[in-house]
Design a protein around this ligand. Structure first.
Ligand SMILES: *Cc1c(COP(=O)(O)O)cnc(C)c1O
Length: 409
């Protein structure tokens, strides 16, 4: 008799975005003439940069010729990409890395979801709350999160981030083994200062904990002085794994490419107290369960680092951040309390009149016909908040803000 992994049965039955899609579909059916504007999706809308397209085409042509055809690539990814990653994303920030520390992947969702494979199931967890649901669910699937009670998992120490603490999470008040941080943050759009990040690194070093640092929105940071990488903090190579993605940086959500840094000096402990290097374990895991990102994707990603590529992806990021600014200003002028949208493409607003996240969702859909994401879907501390994304078209964004302003007044 084949037994199922019962951990899957502990997960909430429905998925946030499925619930939203169903509610929107029902509304649209009952109101066929309503023009619904979607500001809920976490997907980009602008096409790939011309330099990337050119590089992808060229790589496809190489695959058509015997002499330049490529099959399976190197385990860590092609070195031409690893090199430009190190030279552009780390060296200018004073971080030196070896190519063996860079693992090219098909994106940050798989890597943040799979990284737990190399760590023991009895580790205790800490997550800022609200958070990108992949960290919670992937740990729940292998049993590491414990049991779900009243919307919270028993083996996760939640560190609330809300208006009351200005979105600065408190350090754990007890020992935890694995910590997930995401900055700039999805869903709140807030960032962490160097000083605050240093506290987490120091905690992890003192407690032999590992920090999983998701830097997927690093390219959206506008304020000088906000860290782009956790390795800007001294000692972080001994306690942190960092995840990067080209999805939001360069519109690669449909292309699929990212990378993960597992420093050579990073270690964890066996039950017997022996220290083991995690780089070797992650290498082994990837070699066994992942056969790499295609040569074509690699060439597309490499093009992001050319002078033209940099300029083109910057223009798209500026476009999205322009949307964020329009939204922030309009929402604030309409009397709402908003966070984020300055160093990240997410606006996190406090629902008015003490409405729950889902009540506000319903009202926004029925009133100005705008779709957003209920904050509670990202964790217990998201209740009373609502996420809007800046990844839409400028026209939609402006139209949505006009409708919302009228509706609120
Ligand atoms: C979008 C997103 C990612 C990117 O995932 P990919 O698999 O690279 O597309 C990673 N982390 C967070 C927090 C995200 O919002």
């Amino acid at each position: 008799m084949a037994l199922v992994n019962e951990n899957f049965l502990k997960l909430p039955v429905s998925y946030l975005f499925t619930d939203i899609a169903r509610k929107v579909a029902t509304f649209q059916k009952e109101n066929p003439t309503a023009q619904v504007i979607r500001l809920g999706i976490g997907d980009v809308t602008q096409p790939l940069a011309p330099s990337v397209i050119k590089a992808l085409h060229k790589a496809v042509d190489e695959m058509a010729v015997k002499e330049t055809f490529r099959g399976y690539g190197p385990e860590h990814g092609y070195s031409f990409l690893q090199q430009v990653i190190i030279e552009n994303d780390f060296a200018p920030r004073g971080i030196s890395l070896e190519t063996d520390e860079v693992f090219v992947s098909d994106g940050a969702k798989s890597d943040t979801g799979n990284i737990g494979d190399i760590l023991g199931l009895r580790n205790t967890l800490c997550m800022t709350d609200p958070i990108y649901p992949v960290y919670v669910d992937s740990n729940a699937m292998c049993g590491r999160a414990g049991d779900l009670k009243d919307g919270a998992w028993s083996n996760i120490l939640y560190r609330p981030c809300n208006a009351a603490n200005n979105f600065v999470p408190e350090l754990p008040d007890r020992h935890v083994d694995i910590i997930y941080l995401c900055y700039p943050n999805n869903p709140t759009g807030t960032v962490i200062t160097r000083q605050e990040l240093k506290k987490w690194v120091d905690y992890a070093l003192a407690n032999n904990s590992i920090i999983m640092y998701d830097a997927a929105y690093e390219a959206y940071i506008q304020d000088v002085g906000i860290p782009h990488s956790i390795y800007e903090i001294e000692g972080a190579k001994r306690c942190a794994i960092e995840f990067h993605s080209y999805s939001k940086t360069a519109g690669f959500t449909g292309v699929r490419c990212g990378y993960t840094i597992v420093p050579l000096e990073l270690e964890a402990t066996t039950a017997a107290g022996e220290r083991v290097a995690l780089n070797a374990l992650w290498n082994r895991r990837q070699c066994t369960k992942f056969n790499g990102t295609s040569y074509i994707q690699h060439r597309g990603a490499e093009a992001i680092y050319t002078p033209e590529g940099k300029e083109q992806i910057r223009a798209t990021i500026d476009y999205y951040m322009g949307n964020a600014k329009i939204m922030r200003e309009a929402l604030t002028a309409a009397g709402l309390t908003v966070f984020g949208g300055v160093n990240a493409p997410y606006i996190w607003l406090q629902t008015p009149d003490g409405l729950t996240s889902w009540q506000f969702f319903e009202q926004l859909l029925n009133g100005p016909h705008i779709v957003g994401t209920p904050g509670v879907g990202f964790g217990p501390s998201g209740e009373g908040y609502f996420r809007l994304t800046a990844f839409g078209e400028r026209g939609d964004c402006e139209c949505a803000m006009e409708r919302l302003t009228k509706w609120l007044s």
